[in-house]
Write a new protein. Structure first.
Lengths: 299, 399
């Protein structure tokens, strides 16, 4: 535990120090918590698009695919790419964006998943359990960031997405992408620390950033945070309100099914009516209907 | 409402008519494509992508077809719950269309999902994610298929109790009284389960949030899906009944179907008015007026459904008009569901979906399997009325 925290701190401090070639002073030390929400902060103004993070992610999560290849530059997330650097052009100014799972605070994919194959686990990261997944792909319909990928060409398909390098985190390390970034454009740390750091950067360099931290409130908030000098929509990050998607479903579905009272009552009423009608029918001892014979309710 | 209340007769005749052979051939071809899919993955046969992960197999074979197969549910509401006796003459046919339609839909689902071998876990209650709308849909649909075949069972038993094979006759006679006693409770399940999952099929897309176009994304999705299941069910029963009368030379239930059409006219009118009111209340009338792809589709839904109102103006109509109106309603409802589940889904720039030929072949194969099963049951079991005096013509298909 101590060694992990030390590592995390060092990583965070190192990242912030590098980033602070522009901005001094690392984020304030975090108050200890039982299981802090861990996060990544990506600063588009610092990213030079070198894709070292993409290579490191591949090496850490899918070594087979990356073995022996010189360089791979996937253009988008796919079944072998959990993290990707994409280029947006705004006029003459290029802007890079790193895309991967946002690790939402209230994830739509987790709410969608029938049998808890996708779940929030250590540090709030969202990971996938193949033993419980039926491959229905409702998570893909639900994710507002269009992140989960499906192995379309496999007879034993998996859902592939960034799991925040769960194994490395549990072992006390940090995500491979954060470790690899030479510019500390993406750094790892506690979510509250990184939020504070993001706001500090905005405060201390007015005019440099769109004055907002993407992921602070989007769809209930995410554990991957973004700073950018161009509008977030340009980077392909969708405009989302502060309400999480599962909340908006619960507002409708939760009301209908609260305590399962309505379906139970409906069953009781329907069964009661059917029984009553049957008894009434037997009392009347009507001969078997032959269809167009008008019955009692006819005017 | 006895189990054996309706007198019917098997159509009989040769099973392997040309129509039946075409259906069987389609299904066999689809099975080849399905074998390919299990060997090389869902993507080797379909045009689905990570942006459009739900394609024809889910949206058409499950979301649209189960609505068209809601006739058993919708007719049971009239005949058993609201006690409108005259509709009993349609119950057997309606329940059979539902049973074959839902069974085909669930089987199609088993081919669509990537890891069907984990589906059994649905029985592990501790593994349930109670926040998942899809969990409710999956459980309710699977259970409903069982109850549908229990609803069909009386007409199977009807024949088996007179079977020349003794073991079958004995079993059938033993089961019949049990079924008779349990029947009201079976029917009640067969009303509650589709009420739940047909509305929840709409709720599924609440989670798509802003990725579903504003003309379809609304908290009223479950209500619209439920109502569309009703009117699509009535329309499908109407079409099935009239086409069977035509194909097998049976009496046309024009009076009952016209009465049903009148109810359906009201339902459809309520639905269309509700859709417009919902869009207006959410301030999205501009999206209709934009007359882009989405606005045009919204108007097309209304245009296909609106003629149903004619039934309210003048309810006495001939078989041809009833059939045309039913088709129009079924198409309008199908388009609504297709739009809400697929066309209106906007995953972002660059994503496109149009089903591949093999994908459509499988879609058609499952429909063909449902129709072929329907034809088989109609020929061998007492689903339809006894034939007209001049004798039955036994050619041709029937949906």
């Amino acid at each position: 535990m101590t060694s992990r925290r030390k590592l995390l701190r060092r990583a965070l401090a190192g990242g912030v120090a590098l980033a602070s070639a522009v901005r001094p002073r690392p984020a304030a030390a975090a108050a200890p918590a039982a299981e802090p929400l861990m996060a990544m902060l990506y600063d588009a103004t610092l990213c030079i698009g070198c894709k070292a993070c993409v290579a490191a992610c591949g090496a850490a999560n899918d070594p087979e695919a990356w073995q022996g290849s010189l360089h791979q530059a996937p253009v988008d997330l796919d079944a072998r790419t959990r993290s990707v650097i994409r280029l947006a052009r705004v006029g003459d100014a290029p802007a890079f964006v790193k895309r991967q799972c946002m690790h939402c605070l209230d994830p739509a994919c987790v709410a969608a998943c029938m049998m808890k194959a996708l779940q929030k686990r250590e540090f709030g990261l969202v990971s996938w359990d193949g033993g419980k997944c039926v491959g229905c792909r409702y998570c893909q319909v639900a994710c507002p960031y269009n992140v989960p990928r499906f192995e379309w060409d496999s007879a034993n398909p998996r859902i592939v997405k960034c799991e925040l390098c769960r194994d490395r985190l549990v072992a006390g390390g940090q995500p491979a992408c954060c470790e690899a970034c030479p510019r500390a454009a993406v750094i790892y740390g506690r979510r509250d620390d990184l939020l504070a750091e993001a706001h500090r950067r905005i405060r201390e360099s007015p005019g440099r950033y769109v004055p907002r931290v993407y992921g602070e409130r989007e769809a209930g908030g995410t554990q991957v945070l973004y700073l950018s000098h161009v509008p977030f929509e340009t980077l392909g990050l969708p405009s989302l309100g502060p309400r999480s998607l599962p909340e908006s479903v619960h507002a409708v579905q939760g009301r209908i099914y609260r305590g399962f009272v309505a379906p139970t009552a409906l069953y009781a009423v329907v069964a009661g009516l059917i029984l009553r009608n049957r008894r009434a029918g037997e009392r009347d001892a009507a001969p078997p209907g032959t269809g167009d014979v008008p019955s009692r309710e006819e005017p | 409402m006895s189990v054996k209340s309706e007198a019917g007769a098997p159509v009989g005749g040769k099973l392997a008519t040309p129509a039946f052979r075409v259906l069987a051939g389609l299904f066999a071809a689809a099975m080849l494509a399905i074998a390919w899919r299990f060997a090389f993955g869902v993507g080797s046969v379909t045009a689905m992508t990570d942006g459009h992960p739900w394609g024809a197999w889910k949206v058409f074979n499950v979301i649209v077809l189960t609505a068209l197969a809601s006739g058993g549910y919708a007719t049971a509401l009239l005949a058993y719950v609201l006690n409108r006796g005259r509709y009993h003459s349609l119950v057997r046919l309606a329940v059979l269309t539902s049973a074959v339609g839902y069974t085909s839909g669930v089987l199609s689902l088993g081919v669509d999902i990537g890891r069907p071998w984990n589906f059994w876990r649905l029985v592990v209650v501790t593994g349930w994610n109670l926040h998942s709308v899809l969990l409710e849909v999956a459980i309710c649909i699977s259970a409903y298929v069982v109850f549908l075949w229990l609803e069909v069972a009386p007409l199977l038993l009807d024949r088996w109790t007179g079977s020349p094979r003794e073991w079958l006759r004995r079993r059938a006679r033993a089961i019949t009284p049990w079924l008779e006693r349990a029947f009201p409770f079976i029917v009640a399940f067969a009303v509650v389960l589709p009420t739940m999952h047909q509305s929840s099929l709409g709720s599924l897309f609440l989670l798509a949030g802003p990725r579903l176009h504003a003309l379809w994304q609304t908290p009223a999705l479950p209500l619209f899906f439920l109502i569309s299941a009703w009117f699509m069910g009535y329309a499908a029963v109407t079409a099935a009944s009239l086409l069977c009368s035509l194909a097998f030379d049976r009496r046309r239930h024009v009076a009952v179907l016209a009465a049903m059409g009148r109810i359906n006219g009201g339902l459809v009118l309520f639905f269309v008015a509700g859709r417009w009111a919902d869009v207006a209340l959410r301030g999205q009338l501009g999206a209709v007026a934009a007359l882009d792809r989405f606005g045009a589709l919204f108007l097309a839904e209304a245009a296909l459904l609106a003629p149903a109102a004619l039934m309210l103006v003048r309810p006495r109509r001939g078989a041809g008009a009833l059939l045309a109106l039913a088709m129009s309603i079924a198409l309008g409802g199908a388009l609504y569901r297709l739009d809400a589940a697929l066309v209106g889904f906007m995953p972002g720039p660059g994503w496109r979906y149009f089903p591949s030929l093999l994908e459509l072949l499988v879609t058609a194969g499952w429909v063909a399997a449902a129709l072929a099963t329907f034809l088989y049951v109609v020929r061998r079991f007492p689903v339809l009325d006894a034939p007209l005096a001049r004798g039955a013509r036994t050619e041709g298909g029937c949906s």
